[in-house]
Design a binder for this molecule. Sequence first.
Ligand code: PMP
Length: 329
Amino acid sequence: MHYAETIVDLVGNTPLVKLNRVTDGTAATVLVKLEYLNPGGSAKDRIATRIIDAAEREGKLKTGGTIVEPTSGNTGVGLALVAQQRGYRCVFVLPDKVGEDKRNVLTAYGAEVVVTPTSVPPDHPESYYSVSDRLVSEIPGAFKPDQYSNPNGPLSHYETTGPEIWRDTDGLVTHFVAGVGTGGTITGTGRFLREQSDTVRIIGADPEGSVYSGGTGRPYLVEGVGEDFWPTAYDPSVPHEIIAVTDAEAFAMTRRLALEEGILVGGSSGMAVVAALQVAKDLPADAVVVVLLPDGGRGYLAKIFNDKWLRSYGFSNAPTGHTVANLLA
Ligand code: PMP
């Protein structure tokens, strides 16, 4: 019989698949790594596993302990999944702008959710940050993973994502492209690949406006990537280059990936593919560009995949009939 002992054992070892249509005119091979095939639906399952393992080893998390983290997204799902399997309680602090569906996913896995007002400054006692700090100090046995500064985030990608890409491309990968959020993915994966090859190029994709590509931190709509500060999980010496991508480009590519490649992913995946194709267009046929796609598209059906929502932000001219064709026109 061939089976996994627990769901957590299925984290990682995600497949690579070649892009065939959106690459029109590109000689190089462009492969995407499908992180939505992790059990919790994103690359964050990897960091959750490594962060909890390390906290147990270091005695920061003990039987009956509670994980407290300000997170609304994929990291929460990863942590909730692993915590549930190991018998820890999870309390996530969410700003009230986070949609009900995202909240419900966390509670479905058994996590508790505390909702805080978005409209208060970070130092306000009711803010997202203040409330999570207070919970950590008040709950006995509380542990805060802090994905922005926890070295086990990048380390999980150094130990799993990087080696998987090297193995699955038989060492032929020439370029690695990933979006930058906490910076853990690009730092860990990029560092591993650079240690294997002197010539591999590591390219970060960043929403236009974010600090990584020289912006001021002004807002953008693509979720999970870009920052208005420099997290310590990010090592700026790892990427050779950072490419800024607009929301409009990212969302159009996200729609095309579903429509033309059968790959339903989130906006940060579309963003990474835009950057990758920009790099790939000038490369020879023997180049192998690997792009990491962090999560699936189901969490974005009411946004990126909803014409009305897109139009409300001015991304298209009232598409009708073959909506997407018009959208991309
Ligand atoms: N895309 C999505 C949807 C994410 O949730 C994240 C994590 N914040 C990223 C990309 C970026 O990954 P990292 O934090 O490792 O830079």
